[in-house]
Design a protein. Structure first.
Length: 177
């Protein structure tokens, strides 16, 4: 019989335990993300994937906003995060720390996600505004652009869905290394 597990059977870490475990050296940067629900969903996904930190930049909302908390369901307390108005400063800081800086954006030279080869385990992913995407200014500061393949009539996905797809694919690459 295939029995659905109850929450107490999942053996999830407490927030304190989660903060103590080693995380994958992946940083997620959200720049000018408007939707509090998207922000909360990104927190929840980053918790599930064991991501090191989230940076909230520009107009991106910050916890403890009610709408963020509603979709994050506690993940804004478990995942380390920081607000920085200027995303460029964060990119420069992490480049100096040896991180590969990746814009998740469709560009003239973007790499399709299924073709991405993990060359550096320290990665900073840049996600942009729901309408305009990652700004050209930030794209210019990135080492490469990563694109999620799509086969429909739309040319974009919801940012929280994009974060989930990219993180899951990176997590698989980390597990294979």
């Amino acid at each position: 019989m295939n029995k659905k597990l109850k929450l107490e059977e999942l053996n999830r870490l407490s927030i304190l335990e989660f903060k103590e475990v080693e995380k994958d050296p992946i940083i997620v940067l959200l720049d000018d993300v408007r939707s509090f629900n998207n922000i909360g969903s990104v927190f929840r996904t980053c918790d599930a994937m064991g991501i090191k930190k989230i940076y909230l930049c520009g107009i991106t909302g910050q916890p403890p906003h009610r709408e963020i908390r509603k979709t994050a369901i506690g993940a804004s307390e478990s995942v380390d995060w920081e607000y920085e108005n200027n995303a460029s400063e964060i990119l420069a800081k992490y480049r100096n720390l040896g991180y590969e800086i990746i814009a998740v954006e469709q560009t003239s030279s973007s790499v399709s996600l299924e073709n991405y080869q993990l060359s550096n385990k320290n990665i900073l992913l840049v996600f942009g505004n729901e309408i305009n995407g990652v700004s050209q200014k930030l794209v210019d500061l990135c080492d490469l652009s990563l694109e999620i393949p799509q086969w429909g009539t739309k040319h974009s996905m919801n940012i929280s869905v994009s974060v989930g797809i990219v993180l899951w694919n990176l997590k698989k690459l980390f597990l294979l290394k």
